[in-house]
Design a protein. Structure first.
Length: 72
Protein backbone atom coordinates (compact mmCIF):
# COMPACT_ATOMS: atom_id res chain seq x y z
CA UNK A 1 0.00 0.00 0.00
CA UNK A 2 2.86 2.36 0.84
CA UNK A 3 4.49 1.68 -2.53
CA UNK A 4 1.40 2.66 -4.48
CA UNK A 5 1.11 5.89 -2.52
CA UNK A 6 4.73 6.79 -3.29
CA UNK A 7 4.18 5.88 -6.93
CA UNK A 8 1.15 8.17 -7.10
CA UNK A 9 3.16 11.04 -5.62
CA UNK A 10 5.96 10.44 -8.14
CA UNK A 11 3.53 10.42 -11.06
CA UNK A 12 1.78 13.57 -9.81
CA UNK A 13 5.05 15.49 -9.45
CA UNK A 14 6.30 14.26 -12.81
CA UNK A 15 3.12 15.49 -14.48
CA UNK A 16 3.32 18.81 -12.64
CA UNK A 17 6.91 19.51 -13.64
CA UNK A 18 6.40 18.12 -17.13
CA UNK A 19 3.98 20.96 -17.83
CA UNK A 20 6.64 23.68 -17.56
CA UNK A 21 8.19 24.24 -20.96
CA UNK A 22 11.54 25.87 -21.77
CA UNK A 23 9.69 28.90 -23.14
CA UNK A 24 7.96 29.43 -19.80
CA UNK A 25 11.27 29.21 -17.97
CA UNK A 26 12.76 31.76 -20.39
CA UNK A 27 9.84 34.13 -19.84
CA UNK A 28 10.19 33.84 -16.05
CA UNK A 29 13.95 34.48 -16.30
CA UNK A 30 13.33 37.53 -18.48
CA UNK A 31 10.74 38.87 -16.03
CA UNK A 32 13.20 38.47 -13.14
CA UNK A 33 15.89 40.22 -15.17
CA UNK A 34 13.55 43.11 -15.93
CA UNK A 35 12.33 43.41 -12.34
CA UNK A 36 15.69 43.27 -10.58
CA UNK A 37 18.15 44.32 -13.26
CA UNK A 38 21.37 42.63 -14.27
CA UNK A 39 23.42 43.99 -11.37
CA UNK A 40 21.01 42.93 -8.65
CA UNK A 41 20.71 39.26 -9.67
CA UNK A 42 24.22 38.18 -8.53
CA UNK A 43 23.52 39.84 -5.18
CA UNK A 44 20.26 37.93 -4.86
CA UNK A 45 21.94 34.63 -5.72
CA UNK A 46 24.74 35.30 -3.22
CA UNK A 47 22.17 35.95 -0.53
CA UNK A 48 20.27 32.82 -1.49
CA UNK A 49 23.46 30.74 -1.35
CA UNK A 50 24.51 32.10 2.02
CA UNK A 51 21.01 31.42 3.34
CA UNK A 52 21.27 27.79 2.27
CA UNK A 53 24.71 27.50 3.90
CA UNK A 54 23.38 28.90 7.18
CA UNK A 55 20.42 26.53 7.06
CA UNK A 56 22.68 23.50 6.55
CA UNK A 57 25.00 24.72 9.30
CA UNK A 58 22.04 25.02 11.65
CA UNK A 59 20.93 21.49 10.84
CA UNK A 60 24.41 20.13 11.57
CA UNK A 61 24.57 21.98 14.89
CA UNK A 62 21.16 20.63 15.85
CA UNK A 63 22.25 17.07 15.04
CA UNK A 64 25.43 17.52 17.08
CA UNK A 65 23.43 18.87 20.04
CA UNK A 66 21.09 15.86 19.90
CA UNK A 67 24.04 13.45 19.81
CA UNK A 68 25.65 15.18 22.80
CA UNK A 69 22.40 14.94 24.79
CA UNK A 70 22.09 11.22 24.03
CA UNK A 71 25.65 10.60 25.27
CA UNK A 72 24.85 12.17 28.65
Amino acid sequence: MKTTFLLEIFIDTKILFGVVSPWQIAIIALAILLLFGGRKIPELMRGFGSGIKEFKKGLKEEDNDEKDEKKK
